[in-house]
Design a protein around this ligand. Structure first.
Ligand code: IMP
Length: 178
């Protein structure tokens, strides 16, 4: 799969992403106003660029933690079976939590992760996804905040990979095989 030649067509510019994050952060600030307990949880590895931009735009006292769940491996198909590869460092009992996901695709990853975190009895548990592909959903869920809804295309950039490549692109692009 990875030795197939492909080009990347820009789908969402770096400027549009930055503008959308500004708006999302205003809404998140309203939701969590007054909290001194917010833990922002990034799902590795795809959310690392998004979470970095998001937390720098958030005017709230926060802590950052990370969790890694298995998803696509090196291919383009979701595995459906979600395993936790790296757990949080800190306890979240009684604390407000914002889960940060790169893409909600089938929905299995976010479903599994939120169920796991809920079992640890946090305060408010909310989620944000930069991208949403609603047409691919297999589990009925939606993140509390979504950056952009996109069609059923395989995308890369802004932290998101294809076989571990292209995470460093500053924009979101779709993969086109040539
Ligand atoms: P889900 O469990 O099917 O919702 O998959 C979520 C995960 O699959 C995301 O966090 C991504 O890591 C990965 N994923 C889904 N769609 C894409 C894509 O278009 N490009 C790269 N990774 C993707």
């Amino acid at each position: 799969m990875t030795d197939r030649r492909y080009v990347i067509d820009e789908m969402i510019s770096a400027k549009s992403i930055a503008a959308r994050i500004e708006d999302l952060c205003k809404e998140i600030q309203k939701e969590f106003k007054g909290t001194d307990k917010l833990v922002v949880v990034g799902l590795l590895r795809g959310s690392f660029v998004f979470i970095a931009d998001l937390v720098r735009e958030l005017d709230l006292p926060i802590e950052v933690d990370f969790l890694e769940a298995s998803s696509y491996g090196d291919g383009m198909e979701s595995s459906r079976e979600v395993r936790i590869l790296k757990d949080l460092r800190g306890a979240i009992e009684g604390r407000d939590v914002l889960v940060v996901e790169d893409i909600v695709d089938t929905g299995h990853t976010l479903h599994h992760v939120t169920a796991l975190l809920k079992s640890r009895e946090p305060g408010r548990l909310k989620s944000i996804a930069l991208l949403d592909k609603p047409s691919r959903r297999e589990v009925d869920l939606k993140a509390d905040w979504t950056g952009f809804e996109i069609p059923d295309e395989f995308v890369v950039g802004y932290g998101i990979d294809f076989a571990q490549r292209n995470r460093n692109l500053p924009f979101i692009g779709k993969v086109r095989f040539v």
